[in-house]
Design a protein around this ligand. Sequence first.
Ligand code: GLN
Length: 485
Amino acid sequence: MLHLLSLKALRERLQKREVSSVELTKHFIDRIAKFSDLNAFISVDEEGALASAEDADKSLNKNQSGNLTGIPIAHKDIFCTKRLRTTCGSKMLAGFTAPYDATVVQRLANAGCVTIGKTNMDEFAMGSSNETSFFGNVKNPWQTSRVPGGSSGGSAASVAARLIPAATGTDTGGSIRQPAAFCGLTGLKPSYGRVSRYGMIAFASSLDQGGPLTRSAEDSAIMFNAMGGFDPKDSTSIERPIPSVNELLDLDLRGLRLGLPTEFFDSSVDTAVLGSVREALQILEKRGAQLVDVSLPNSAAGIPCYYVIAPAEASSNLSRFDGVRFGHRSEQADSLLDLYECSRAEGFGEEVKRRILIGTYVLSAGYYDAYYLKAQKIRRVISDDFTKAFEKCDVIVGPTTPSTAFKIGEKTQDPVSMYLNDIFTNTVNLAGLPSLSMPVGLDGSGLPIGMQLIGRFMDETSLIGTAHQFQLETDWHERCPEDFA
Ligand code: GLN
């Protein structure tokens, strides 16, 4: 039963001392072991978790506790941790333990969270299905023949299966929102600069952003409030405070203008997905929101633009893995150049190599202007589309993904069809805007459907608030996959 409780309900139980943090931590550790077939975790830190649970219990006994004191969480294995290895889902970092904690890890620990472990993910966060992980694929708890989405697939699967009450993720082109949609969760990608990237292994630095994967908008507000905010260690961090949990949740929908981009409601989207999104919009309309038509005319350029910029930045970021300073080092090499080449050939998987090749190509002399520079210009045009749309509305809405969770193996042979999963999400990263996916229904075979809300820069409040108002009236966010209740 404990695993079905929200963060707020857990806090109440803990503060009334009806349950101890140690009991709670053991409960979730047992569940992680029981459902290890999902392959949602890469590392579990039983000893460390129990030690911090004991500390949390001491604070709770002294009535010195906050929103999250004593509550177990898990981190995507892209966030550096001192106690546990940080693999980023790669053989390259399979043996790497960071000398410091990421800011997100530290902030959540300061808020009293108990870190139980690190979740599985696509290698270096490159993927949409969690099939590129060196540690094997993750299964979707709703149907274990399906993918949980990616790249934060381990975090999403574990929150959906109630193996952990909340987890962190990162989103470069959709990796919080798409797995949230596939697993029936609420996933928030904050505005670029809201959540510190310090200690978050870089994929594409101008797009990467950390955020929470939770069951409800309320839980999302609690997590976002604790993990976000200015960090002098991240030069792109924004010097503005995160609203309080109540400020994030209290929203009057009356008069809120929801913009429906024509480009998001086209025939390429599954009818079940469109149907549930439209039903959700009706509910919001009944509560006073106003629906208006908008257009994001350059949406179709999003995928090509993203697949120039993200690999370009990745090829540069990943050049640090050379087998010398840290990470995998080949035993085969007999010269320095050989060492670089063999270490990288052995340490990186196929998708990561594909991105490095694309990225190096688009940045090379002679192609830079034709590809990289052009993509930067298109990025601006895409961003301008959003600015124009926000003259007519306050929040943009649409499906998070064109379909529900697909079968394991279904798209692995066709990278482009895999990339197209992010068609509605990655333009948001290119523009640096906040965005949230929330569950709005199930399709004919019982798989979750997600709806995406996109906000103005820094306006997470309208997204979390809208989702919260919706969730006060519906119970999609409380649905649990059958075998995990
Ligand atoms: N699926 C996209 C990619 O593979 C986005 C991944 C992400 O957001 N980390 O690049």
